[in-house]
Ligand binder design. Structure first.
Ligand code: AVI
Length: 336
């Protein structure tokens, strides 16, 4: 299981400037191991290099991709109610896991400042660039905000916080990233977070809800092909970083939603028998015609599933904030 899931921040910005990215041993090992198994797999965390992060920005703007704008509208409409549940007059650390550009969080930050809440904002991100950019934006946009950024993985951050910032915590894990884990990874992730929290602490988690299966399917198979390009970028990334010779036009993006399991599964399907060489790894991999590589899970939840997930992780569901169509929910769990 991969606990370091951080969609907006696994970028390798070096590729943006055209220089060769540093060799990533973990990526090489994961590719080798994932392609040795059956079915072949590749973790969705590798979507987010420089090009993939830009494509994900475009996905979030697509008419078919409802989660981002729905969560945005929930936060906008219910910000006053949400921050009240944080007990804003009692000092707390607001810790955001995967803060990225902080666009959604700024809605809550502004509201907290307006309400004269006693808090310090601690954005956590694997990308030092993302943290630096966010902090400089916040210092000009919200000069009264007290903030300390943390660059590193989530659990290192929580470990550091437990020792160095012992006060009450409200953790944010927005954007439905909780849905991108492998089987039971969501539970393991929340159970792990729970270990670093104390009574009185809370966590606000974004969940994409189960709905008309067609609406979900379209969100991952948009008419303009941006999601397909996002998936196929994995092949280009392997070409760039591992010296592979994938021909992206010899693979296709395929995705489907299983309403029983509540999961969108995405694949790259080989259109013919082909062998790919990874020149930096001295390694080859063969694909049969119509053989899939499983590249992503995106879980969709019912309210009962969310409450059960919370219970099993040591949390009680305190409040569920949703939109009129019940497409998305930001769920506040408190430690039990
Ligand atoms: C980052 N994550 C919540 C997105 C999702 O909806 O599962 C990733 C994504 N994959 C395809 N489209 C968007």
């Amino acid at each position: 299981m991969d606990l370091l899931l951080n969609p907006n921040t696994n970028a390798t910005p070096e590729t943006e400037s055209g220089t060769k990215p540093a060799f990533n041993t973990e990526f090489a090992d994961d590719v080798k191991a994932g392609f040795a198994g059956s079915p072949k797999t590749l973790s969705s965390k590798y979507f987010y290099d420089g090009a993939g992060s830009k494509l994900f920005q475009q996905i979030m703007e697509l008419p078919e991709y409802y989660p981002t704008r729905t969560e945005f509208s929930i936060l906008k409409k219910q910000k006053a109610e949400i921050i009240n549940f944080f007990n804003p007059s009692d000092f707390f650390h607001l810790v955001e896991l995967g803060s990225g550009d902080g666009l959604k969080t700024k809605i809550l930050l502004r509201q907290l400042l307006q309400a004269k809440a006693r808090f310090e904002y601690i954005p956590v991100d694997i990308s030092g660039d993302a943290i630096n950019q966010l902090q400089s934006a916040l210092s000009s946009e919200l000069p009264d905000l007290k903030t300390v950024g943390f660059t590193g993985d989530y659990f290192k951050a929580l470990h550091w916080l437990k020792r160095n910032k012992p006060g009450r915590k409200v953790v944010l894990f927005l954007g439905s990233n909780i849905g991108n884990f492998e089987d039971n990874g969501d539970l393991k992730f929340l159970q792990e977070i729970r270990k670093y929290l104390s009574p009185q602490d809370k966590i606000l988690v974004g969940f994409d809800l189960q709905k008309d299966p067609r609406v979900i399917r379209q969100a991952y198979d948009d008419a303009s092909g941006v999601t397909a390009a996002f998936n196929l970028n994995l092949l280009k990334r392997m070409n760039r970083e591992l010296g592979a010779n994938f021909e992206p036009e010899q693979f296709e993006h395929f995705t489907d939603y299983d309403p029983i399991a509540g999961v969108v599964k995405s694949y790259l399907v080989s259109k013919r028998n082909q062998t790919v060489t990874f020149s930096y790894l001295n390694h080859t991999v063969s694909f049969k015609a119509w053989e899939p590589i499983h590249t992503e899970n995106s879980h969709k939840y019912s309210v009962d599933m969310i409450k059960e997930l919370g219970r099993k992780s040591g949390f009680e569901t305190e409040q569920l904030f949703t939109d009129e169509q019940h497409y998305f929910a930001d769920v506040l769990f408190r430690v039990v």
